[in-house]
Design a protein around this ligand. Structure first.
Ligand code: FEO
Length: 395
């Protein structure tokens, strides 16, 4: 499949409807994804990025239907991760002498993965690749989200090729933002930001200011995953600016796992207390063993506070809670409050352990947590409701 993005720009990527796991098992892609590759034609022809390795043969075969590969003058690798560089080996077998334009860090990441001595041409911010009437201007974007990442800006057409930034794991045959369901699009864009870009929010903010400061017209933003922003493309830049500023909504998310439903009953009673104290706040509950973890991270991203619960098992916490806490901790959320809870029968360490993890993750712990002995009865449920009510006043 290929389609025209504009007369001189053809999308030659791969829509991956089947994808459900990305980054190993880390990112759950419920709506699939796409790996966007772009062929830009002027007096010279440039290929921007490729696709993920399993689709390498399909990609090259499809590209051959679009163009005689020998007519590709340059390849641009905006980022070395395998979902965009994975077809390079297959492609370079056909056109081994074609220069690859990328950052110095991308030379390292691409050589580190493929161990090939291709004709790398290193570029920096402000460097230009003349295509004839138009130029491709490079803007380094380190840690958005790898050290090797850069953007490419096509003059004349005013298209910003942003690689992972502004992308979404979202398979669609429509491929343009004005043609797809807006709720789905924004849900996937937010999950993408929350799960991948949160740790780099300060750099996102700085890069947005830098790019906006260039005062370049932007007619289109063409990321490397998901749909292309052509209707008011700056809407996603403005949204990113908000997300990068320690974003939160009036939401409290309760994350828990349970063995015999004691901790689940506590979670529900805490939610009841929160609702009783504040009818406007959105409360959401997720069992970390059952809910989609990428979705949970999106909900944490939107929350002003979270409450995390687990029963104590072998002096620790249930593995699904440990797993989601590891992800939450690594993302470095800012300006969020938290508390811990759980049922226990013997020693009851889980609450303290969860509290410590929350603090390591940058959350402000607002109380000592709540633990209830064995299965909560009427009195314990009342305690949980009270805990929920008080939590509202603490966040
Ligand atoms: Fe889509 Fe960081 O690769």
């Amino acid at each position: 499949m290929a389609f025209k993005v504009k007369d001189n720009i053809t999308w030659v990527g791969k829509i991956d409807w089947e994808l459900r796991r990305f980054h190993g098992e880390e990112f759950h892609t419920q709506r699939g994804s796409s790996y966007n590759s772009y062929l830009v034609r002027d007096e010279k022809t440039v290929l921007i990025d490729t696709v993920w390795a399993p689709f390498a043969k399909e990609f090259v075969a499809s590209l051959k239907r679009e163009i005689d590969l020998k007519q590709i003058d340059y390849i641009v690798a905006l980022h070395g991760e395998v979902d965009h560089s994975g077809a390079l080996t297959e492609l370079m077998r056909e056109i081994p002498g074609t220069p690859i334009y990328c950052t110095a860090n991308a030379v390292k990441s691409i050589k580190g993965q493929y161990h090939q001595d291709w004709d790398f041409r290193t570029v920096k911010t402000g460097d230009k690749l003349s295509l004839g009437a138009k130029e491709l201007v490079f803007i380094e974007a380190p840690m958005l989200h790898w050290p090797d990442t850069m953007f490419g800006y096509l003059t004349g057409d005013a298209v910003l090729f942003s690689n992972d930034a502004f992308g979404q794991h979202y398979a669609s045959e429509k491929m343009f933002n004005d043609l797809v369901d807006q709720a789905e699009l924004y849900q996937e864009a937010l999950k993408y930001y929350a799960n991948i870009l949160t740790p780099f929010s300060k750099l996102v903010d700085r890069k947005i200011k830098e790019v906006v400061g260039l005062n370049l017209p932007v007619a289109m933003i063409a990321p490397s995953h998901g749909i292309i922003w052509r209707d008011n493309p700056l809407q996603i830049v403005e949204t990113y600016a908000k997300w990068a500023a320690d974003y939160q909504e009036d939401q409290i998310t309760i994350i828990y796992d349970t063995m015999w439903n004691g901790t689940r009953r506590m979670a529900e009673a805490i939610a009841q207390g929160i609702r009783e104290a504040d009818a406007k706040v959105t409360v959401k509950l997720y069992n970390s063993a059952r809910a989609d973890k990428t979705g949970i991270i999106g909900e944490v991203f939107k929350s002003k506070a979270i409450v995390v619960g687990s029963p104590t098992v072998n002096k620790g916490v249930l593995s699904s809670v440990a797993g989601i806490m590891e992800e939450i901790k690594g993302l470095g959320f800012k300006n969020k409050k938290a508390a811990a809870f759980g049922a226990y029968g013997w020693s009851g360490e889980a609450i303290k352990l969860i509290g410590e993890e929350l603090q390591k993750g940058g959350f402000t712990l607002v109380n000592d947590g709540l633990r209830e002995f064995w299965y909560p009865g009427e009195e314990e449920i009342a305690n949980c409701v009270r805990f929920g009510r008080e939590f509202v006043g603490q966040v």
